[in-house]
Design a protein around this ligand. Sequence first.
Ligand SMILES: [Zn+2]
Ligand SMILES: [Zn+2]
Length: 266
Amino acid sequence: MRELRDLKAAQPELASAVDMQIELLGVQRRIQARVPLPSATFDQRKPDHKLCRPVLQFKDIPIDWSDFRLMIRQTADILRRFETLESADYDRIQGLARDGQIEGVVASWYEAAVGRRRADAHTPDRELLDQVLLLAMRPFLARCAEALLPRLELSDWQHPCCPLCGGEPEFAFINPAAERLLICGRCTGQWHFDAITCPFCENKDRSRITSFTSRDGRYRIYACDECHRYLKAFDGRDGRRPALLAVDSIATLPLDAAAIQRGYQS
Ligand SMILES: [Zn+2]
Ligand SMILES: [Zn+2]
């Protein structure tokens, strides 16, 4: 939270995005503190190295459904207050929180993680719902990542998807050894991945990856000239701090604008 306040002081144009993030983080932390330790019932501690498939089964995620519904409602309230949700969408999401079918909706969202973006024609409605589910599931999945990811044997894991939950990377971290770690957009877990390869289409051709940094050099973008998607990274080679997804995703909003302007998409 302190880093977010510092960011707001340094870049007042990000104030509203920072305030929204502080509220989202507050709700997430309150719920996450109540999530019990997941029991590691996965049968293999080693994810299947030939397949991009999560080892964490949906049934093993310790979800308290009344907390989950609360998480959806409060997330929608915050997004609405900061005008990132239209009132029709807000009503639809609130309806979903009351819906008896919610468990099934969340289960299919969880299981469809792998390759969905490429497989489905995404409608804006679906995209919005996915975004809300992602935020609402974060306390439960982040708790799992915290407890279970360190226990997985990941030395041969070379996939661009999260070994724990199968999510796509949302951000990357360049560590003091100059290695690149990907950060899962769903559970916020981290894993090593090749420093150049595009995590979305696995293009390895260095000449087809466009890379540029923020003005202060703290952040980097890797944009792929094959699939036209990009990934942002926090450069932590100086060892000052680890990547902080909640802070770094807001601090890099100007970089997003620059990438989109060049024709790439997140
Ligand atoms: Zn994950
Ligand atoms: Zn690509």
